[in-house]
Design a protein around this ligand. Structure first.
Ligand SMILES: [Fe+2]
Ligand SMILES: [Fe+2]
Length: 263
């Protein structure tokens, strides 16, 4: 029995593709088929697969039915968490989604699921992603840019208004996360894995409210996705950091192979 994870499938069987990069990038070509094949090779019926958000480009549930059916047809138990593009999923109506799809899919929001003696705790998270004004010398090539050259290659400034808005979203997500940890703890769980959609820190931060809460509750691993394309793979923490293991699991980063994170 194993626990696997991946994020950002960005399926669009019934909806409009909103990321042109997916049309032209080799990594994204037939990615649904690559992922389906990898899952059938790697995942057994007794395994669990946690999909950490951005499942579908559909604007509402009726535009996502084929995408969710594709996920239903993958092997193993499937747990879905919310991403910023999951318009079909209103957090307050999670129970309705579970009524429709249980036992084929589990939609995890405001609570926890279990794997062996672990509580799996998840929330979308939020990270201020700019615009940052930064030299290309530091950030490498990016397809779009809010950049201003600086001779030393330093971040010059960022969008203050967007930063203020981000603080409110982080606050709401922190409260949700804390409630979920408390529920798991009250039920006797002492081992945790934290799943976020957004990276726990942005390129300016060494720590954040999300790394703090992971440390406070002793989450062993912090899983996140959302970062697509070479230029963004190192936006946040990866590997061992202050006693936890941080892992980026966006689908294109993993080349559509789900990552095994526990046996
Ligand atoms: Fe995404
Ligand atoms: Fe995302």
């Amino acid at each position: 029995m194993s626990l696997y994870t991946i994020g950002d499938l960005h399926l669009h069987y019934q909806s409009e593709l909103k990321a042109p990069a997916q049309l032209h990038d080799r990594v994204w070509k037939n990615h649904e088929e690559k992922f389906r094949k990898n899952c059938s090779k790697m995942i057994r019926g007794e395994d669990t697969l946690v999909l950490v958000g951005d499942h579908s480009w559909g604007k509402n549930l009726s535009e996502c039915e084929a995408d969710l059916q594709y996920i239903c047809d993958l092997p193993g138990r499937k747990i879905l968490t919310r991403g910023n593009h999951d318009m079909f999923w209103d957090a307050k109506k999670t129970a309705r989604l579970n009524d429709l799809y249980q036992p084929r899919l589990t939609f995890l929001q405001d609570g926890y699921e279990t794997y062996r003696d672990y509580a799996l705790v998840a929330t979308k998270g939020f990270t201020f992603e700019g615009p940052f004004y930064i030299s290309r010398a530091v950030r490498g090539q990016r397809p779009h840019g809010d950049y201003a050259a600086d001779a030393q290659g330093r971040i010059i400034t960022w969008d203050e208004e967007a930063m203020e808005h981000a603080k409110k979203l982080v606050e709401r997500e922190m409260q949700r996360l804390r409630n979920s940890f408390e529920r798991a703890r009250a039920d006797g769980y002492q081992k945790y894995i934290l799943f976020l959609h957004y990276p726990p820190t942005n390129i300016l931060e060494k720590r954040s409210p999300f790394t703090d809460i992971a440390e406070e509750y002793g989450a062993e691993q912090v899983i996140y996705a959302h970062c697509h394309g070479e230029s963004r793979f190192h936006d946040s923490i990866q590997g061992e950091y202050r006693g936890r293991v941080y892992r980026l699991v966006s689908g294109d980063y993993l080349r559509w192979k789900p990552l095994k994170i526990l046996d």
